[in-house]
Design a protein around this ligand. Structure first.
Ligand SMILES: *Cc1c(COP(=O)(O)O)cnc(C)c1O
Length: 369
């Protein structure tokens, strides 16, 4: 008799999410995971340090109440419109568990099991769908990574207007393009299911779609303290949206999902937004300079509303560029997926890091390897 496996078949066959590398190489210029090159505000560091004492034995606030109050004030809504997660990855996972039926569940209609997203976009979505046992509908963006119009989606026939859950990364990753709020609102109005507008990079963009989430009953905007607010390490992200959607996810959420130091760091961040807005400006300025310089060197750089650029390098395949840059202690990201395999995704670092990158590029192009 065949020995029984301890692991669910679904999990046995699961392709897990592949995070960007976090190597500890001395002197490495790390431009591969869209971290902010600038540290958190000194006030945030002080608040976290001041909280590290005997109180670590206590459970944190289970609903991150203070943080939700501060965010509600910032966004012009109520705390009931906000749920906090252990990074926005956790709230994305919570949404799949709350809104999507596993495929093949007795009595469910097919659309109830559909998770839909554009490709290329955040590569976590298909993994979340697989974990939930959902049906995936991956619909290509246009060749320049812009979003198809509603008319184009209708005509294309592949888009599912009844999908239980639709993810839209806006501004897009890894493409970098920002999508117009008016176009997003149109799409959200046309969807029968829940739409998540994943705004992880929105602080580097010209527009945001928060008003859509505060108006329509089926829309959630996902935000994170990781990228723009230099808090990847602390893991704090959240949704803003209709109180009914938030309340449903709150039933599924683990009781103490957001760690106490993370709550304190995020609260202190909101007390010092001026500090961060200055950094956004610096990063956007570096993005402009780097785009110009790489373009002059023969790269095709896509327009970006994020803290990274997607660039198609000249002379060698992108995968070779990845290695050649790495040999010069510069780490960028390359994705094997067909739509983006000719590109490098490069996080915007400090001006000095951008300089190191362009110097390495010149060195490679001069054949001095
Ligand atoms: C980084 C990223 C996230 C996850 O952010 P965390 O809050 O660190 O979990 C979500 N969506 C997109 C598109 C991202 O790039």
């Amino acid at each position: 008799m065949k020995k029984r496996s301890y692991i669910r078949p679904l999990v046995q066959h699961l392709h897990a999410y592949v995070p960007g590398e976090q190597p500890k190489i001395k002197g490495l210029v790390k431009l591969n995971t869209n971290e902010n090159p600038y540290p958190p505000s000194p006030k945030v560091l002080a608040a976290v340090k001041a909280a590290v004492d005997g109180r670590l034995r206590l459970y944190p606030n289970p609903t991150a109440e203070k943080l939700r109050q501060k965010l509600a004030k910032l966004h012009g809504c109520k705390p009931e419109n906000i749920i906090i997660g252990n990074g926005s990855d956790e709230v994305l996972a919570l949404a799949t568990r709350t809104f999507v039926e596993p495929a093949g569940t007795a009595g469910t209609k097919t659309a109830a099991s559909v998770i839909q997203y554009f490709i290329p976009s955040y590569s976590l979505y298909p993994v979340l769908a697989d974990i939930q046992g959902a049906t995936q509908n991956a619909v290509p963006l246009k060749p320049d990574f812009s979003m198809p119009s509603l008319a184009e989606l209708k005509k294309g026939k592949q888009w599912n207007f009844r999908a239980a859950l639709t993810f839209v990364t806006t501004p897009n990753a890894p493409g970098g393009r920002g999508y117009a709020t008016a176009a997003l609102a149109k799409l959200c109005r046309a969807q029968e299911g829940v739409v998540i507008l994943d705004e992880a990079y929105v602080d580097f963009a010209e527009e945001n779609a928060l008003a859509v989430a505060l108006k329509l009953p089926n829309v959630l905007v996902a935000r994170t303290f990781s990228k723009a607010y230099s808090l990847c390490f602390q893991r704090v992200g959240y949704f803003v949206g209709h109180a009914d959607l938030i309340a449903a996810m709150d039933k599924v959420r683990d009781s103490y999902n957001v760690n106490g130091l993370g709550q304190i760091a995020a609260e202190a961040t909101l007390d010092d937004l001026k500090f961060y807005r200055a950094n956004f400006k610096k990063i956007i300025a570096t993005r402009t300079t780097l785009t110009r310089e790489l373009t002059q060197l023969g790269f095709r750089v896509l327009p970006s509303q994020t803290n990274f650029i997607l660039a198609r390098p000249p002379l060698f395949p992108a995968e070779q560029w990845l290695q050649k840059l790495r040999d010069r202690k510069i780490l960028v990201r390359w994705f094997r997926a067909p739509a983006v395999r000719e590109y490098l995704r490069i996080t915007i670092g400090t001006p000095a890091e951008a300089k190191a990158l362009t110097a390495a590029v010149r060195d490679i192009m001069n054949g001095q390897s």
